[in-house]
Ligand binder design. Structure first.
Ligand SMILES: NC(=O)c1ccc[n+]([C@@H]2O[C@H](COP(=O)([O-])OP(=O)(O)OC[C@H]3O[C@@H](n4cnc5c(N)ncnc54)[C@H](O)[C@@H]3O)[C@@H](O)[C@H]2O)c1
Length: 343
């Protein structure tokens, strides 16, 4: 096995973390999108610590915690004991109702993080936790590790935060992970194709229904609106003119587990203003949909760090995340990412 040289601390051992951990410890993983990024393969990624605030996960070995309720993610691989216990994290926001909490102060957390000597901290806590995510980013700077923010909190897009990472010679990327083939990527992809075929897009919507704690959390009105705004904005950016569009999570169905169904409706005009309508749905698994992008982003951040490119790295943010300072086309973002990180 290749030397594991990218040291990762996971913050938030939920459904996305579960798939990520399984992908590092399973002997075989089918469907890897980019086997090498930045000269690294998945075998180069090593987990060194993990944090959560859920009493059901703290103190458990990571191999057990990733399958502990309320996680509902699929079991793709048998993970043997890893030897990393989940430690308590910090909490500065309201907690999702379903959690029994055990948290520590920032100083204690920073000490724990420092002890594990990570290169990168990976923020996978729920949506709607701006203050906690900002505090984790600050703790990463104190611990001298780079930071990946998969949550919709403003971290990499916050100039004052990204400047602090840059001046500390660290990398920060985010915000709000873009799934490999989730509703947002699919919606942007269809619109781009219709536009490239000369159709004039008039209206579109995307309504997501899912299970999993993140969906339960997202139907909370404030979080729902914040997430809907990010998704809607990134979709609107795909087309060079204004049209009516809305995209967001509309409901939680507990027995769907970590699966999601996204319903799309698009109306466009063709020759003689004749109408073209699309009415389709897409079924995906949330955790698995994050897996490839996370593996890519982790390795690209490690390459940036190694090459002394600090602060918010545009090509990584554009490729792997939805909330961006400047609009970018999906296929362009992927091409630019590969140009810089495929070797
Ligand atoms: N494909 C995807 O699933 C996808 C796509 C885009 C963005 N995201 C983002 O990734 C993040 C994780 O998603 P998920 O489905 O794994 O969520 P989840 O709810 O399954 O997991 C979140 C975990 O964080 C823990 N947690 C809560 N507060 C914490 C705190 N203060 N400190 C440490 N841990 C804390 C919870 O106990 C839970 O274990 C979310 O912010 C989500 O918006 C996921």
């Amino acid at each position: 096995m290749a030397k594991r040289s990218i040291r990762i601390a996971i913050i938030g051992v939920g459904n996305v973390a579960s798939v990520f951990v399984q992908s590092l410890y399973s002997p075989k993983v089918g469907g890897i999108w980019h086997p090498k990024i930045g000269g690294f393969s998945r075998d180069n990624i090593e987990l060194v610590s993990s944090f959560d605030i859920d009493k059901k996960k703290i103190g458990k070995d990571l191999s057990e915690a990733i399958f502990a309720p309320p996680n509902v993610g699929l079991k793709f691989a048998n993970v043997k004991k890893i030897g990393i216990e989940v430690q308590p994290g910090i909490l500065l926001d309201d907690i999702p109702k379903h959690l029994a909490v055990d948290a520590v102060g920032t100083e204690n957390f920073t000490d724990l993080l420092k002890q594990s000597k990570p290169d990168i901290a990976l923020n996978l806590i729920p949506s709607g936790m701006q203050d906690t995510s900002s505090e984790y980013a600050a703790a990463a700077i104190h611990s001298k590790c780079s930071f990946i923010n998969a949550t919709p909190a403003s971290i990499a897009t916050d100039k004052s935060i990204s400047t602090k990472f840059a001046s500390s010679k660290l990398v920060v990327v985010g915000d709000d992970l873009m799934s490999q083939f989730g509703g947002t990527a699919f919606h942007k992809g269809i619109l781009d194709f219709m536009n490239s075929r000369g159709l004039k897009i008039e209206k579109s919507y995307q309504l997501d229904v899912g299970g999993g704690n993140e969906t339960l959390n997202t139907i909370n009105e404030d979080v729902k609106i914040a997430k809907r705004d990010i998704k809607t904005e990134t979709i609107a950016e795909e087309i060079p003119y204004k049209f009516k569009t809305t995209a967001g999570t509309t409901d939680y169905v507990d027995y769907m587990g970590n699966n999601r169904t996204s319903y799309f409706w698009i109306v466009a005009k063709s020759f003689f203003d004749s109408e073209v309508k699309i009415d389709v749905y897409l079924r995906t698994n949330d955790g698995a949909n994050a897996g490839n992008v996370l593996l890519d982003v982790v390795r690209a951040v490690a390459k940036s760090q190694k090459g002394h490119h600090y602060g918010a790295q545009r090509e990584i943010c554009d490729y792997g995340f939805k909330k961006l300072p400047k609009p970018v086309l999906l296929h362009h973002a992927h091409a630019e990412f590969l140009k810089k990180y495929s070797k």
